[in-house]
Design a protein around this ligand. Structure first.
Ligand code: R1P
Length: 290
């Protein structure tokens, strides 16, 4: 973590929030582009009761959302009676933020008391079995930006957050994946996938050659987030579940005339928001019982 935000800075942020929220959340939920980051009506954050809402620009030491139309709110509340905190919108590297800044809210959520993190994202499907609107539980990732040393944990390590060196081979909790599959099946929501996610820097979508390469190395879904948040979450010992909503299918040949665009990503998110909200509501109920 950069020395710009010390443990004390983030403890100050957590104190500010805790002084204004009458309960402690158990589960943190990052609502990405496919889950109401950009809209209110029908979004998961809207379903919370007894909400306490903090616009990001009013939280001490928090970055500001720069994506147009991006809500940028931290919402505390109850989901099916379970204490949660939702990030309504996240920070991306392409907005100009270093990765440690993109993922600092994960540390803040840890400091306000969460033990579990549910990270959601919108992603392009590379696995030919996937269809637009499908959900993929992330069972692993490839930290491509990390290959060149761009890592949220780069810089001095503060042991109060976690160790200098950390394993990542069990980053996505197997029990939570099984629980999520069971919840999905019990709700009879159709097929659900498990696969490998990767994050590129964005903001441009991928070239055909890049997508072909990613497919070759075993990537099932590609986006521009989540990986650095999960690294930061595992560093401070949070139990992690992540899933991708497949919002577009990646063109891996030059004959395909379709072009990825953000409007399509949001449209598919809106189309699937009720299903995903039902899924997450039932999931948090089950996690609470663990
Ligand atoms: C592109 O449409 C946007 O959707 C995804 C990409 O990362 C990018 O920001 O958003 P989330 O990963 O925040 O869901």
């Amino acid at each position: 973590m950069s020395t710009e935000y010390t443990y004390e800075h983030l403890a100050e942020t957590a104190k500010y929030l805790l002084e204004r929220v009458p309960f402690r959340p158990k589960i943190g939920i990052i609502c990405g582009s496919g889950m109401g980051a950009y809209w209110n009506e029908g979004s998961l954050a809207e379903a919370l009761t007894d909400k306490v809402v903090f616009p990001y620009n009013q939280i001490p030491h928090f970055p500001e959302s720069t994506v147009e139309g991006h809500a940028g709110q931290l919402v505390f509340g109850y989901l099916m009676g379970v204490e949660v905190v939702c990030m309504k919108g996240r920070f991306h590297h392409y907005e100009g933020y270093p990765l440690w800044k993109c993922s600092m809210p994960v540390r803040v959520m840890k400091l306000v008391g969460i033990s579990h993190l549910i990270a959601t994202n919108a992603a392009g499907g590379l696995n030919p079995k996937y269809k637009v609107g499908d959900v993929m539980l992330v069972n692993d990732h490839i930290n491509l930006m990390g290959f060149s040393g761009n890592n949220p944990l780069h810089g001095p390590n503060d042991e109060r957050f976690g160790p200098r060196f950390l394993p990542m081979n069990r980053a996505y909790d197997k029990d939570l994946i099984e629980l999520a599959k069971k919840v999905w099946d019990d709700l009879k929501l159709g097929p659900i996938h498990e696969g490998v996610y990767t994050c590129l820097g964005g903001p441009n979508f991928e070239t055909v050659a890049e997508l072909k390469m990613l497919q070759m190395v075993g990537v099932d879904a590609v986006g521009m987030s989540t990986v650095h948040e999960v690294i930061t979450a595992r560093h401070c010992d949070l139990t992690v579940l992540a899933f991708s909503l497949i919002t577009n299918f990646c063109a891996t040949n030059y004959e395909n005339q379709s072009e990825a665009n953000h409007e399509e990503v949001m449209d598919v998110g809106k189309m699937r928001q009720d299903t995903l909200a039902t899924f997450v509501q039932n999931l948090v109920l089950r996690i609470k019982k663990l």
